[in-house]
Write a protein that binds this ligand. Structure first.
Ligand SMILES: CC(C)(COP(=O)(O)OP(=O)(O)OC[C@H]1O[C@@H](n2cnc3c(N)ncnc32)[C@H](O)[C@@H]1OP(=O)(O)O)[C@@H](O)C(=O)NCCC(=O)NCCS
Length: 184
């Protein structure tokens, strides 16, 4: 376990975040993720975004981004965010840095009054942070997730009482509104 310094990303971090995403996601997925991060940071429909970096020995070794999502039908008094993407440098993985980024993000979103956080990700990773399958609770992903991957579409409630009283389809920011981001 390595204790990272987690802080909000600033404009000057973008090069380090891009380099990190390339290392972490590799040459096939990396360019698309770098593009996505850049797009989300300027996308008004994603706001507010929460972009956090993990610093170890003065280096950006991890990054997570949360963007705002909405529920359809509109009019539901719910504030929600989507976790994507999350990356930790390959040399620094399995040292708790991804966990520290997710935990810090959840705490900051909760303090900001966000009710729900969604993620499309590894069903073996996110349950440790309290995420569970979203579809069975009545929350559909922005694009259909094949039944065999249903467990990858997950959510976490930050303030009790929202699940059960609301449901619907999640609408993501424009930057994420492309089926290529919703294949798991
Ligand atoms: C996924 C990722 C962010 C995890 O970061 P990390 O700092 O290594 O994670 P932590 O150290 O907090 O947690 C390590 C644990 O996560 C597990 N884990 C890591 N990647 C995983 C994956 N793809 N699926 C399931 N479990 C995974 C490890 O096996 C380890 O489990 P353990 O605690 O039982 O030993 C990192 O591996 C990464 O950047 N991967 C490439 C990019 C990616 O896939 N991003 C996520 C998109 S949803």
């Amino acid at each position: 376990m390595v204790q990272a310094h987690i802080r909000k990303a600033v404009d000057a971090d973008i090069q380090a975040i891009s380099t990190l995403a390339m290392s972490s996601f590799g040459t096939s997925e990396g360019p698309e993720i770098v593009q996505l991060i850049g797009d989300l940071l300027v996308d008004v429909t994603a706001r507010p975004v929460l972009s956090l970096v993990a610093i170890v020995d003065g280096r950006v070794v991890g990054h997570v981004l949360f963007s705002t999502v909405r529920l359809k039908p509109p009019g539901q008094d719910v504030s929600a965010a989507l976790l994507a993407p999350l990356a930790v440098h390959p040399e620094c993985q399995s040292q708790g840095i991804g966990s520290q980024l997710v935990a810090a993000g959840i705490e900051q979103l909760s303090d900001a009054g966000v009710d729900l956080v969604f993620v499309l990700g590894h069903p073996a990773y996110y349950p440790r942070f309290g995420f569970f399958e979203a579809g069975i609770k009545g929350f559909e992903a922005p694009y259909p997730i094949p039944e065999k991957n249903a467990a990858a579409w997950m959510m976490r409630e930050l303030h009790p009482g929202v699940i059960g009283s609301t449901r619907g389809q999640v609408t993501c920011a424009d930057a994420l509104a492309d089926p290529k981001y919703w294949r798991e």
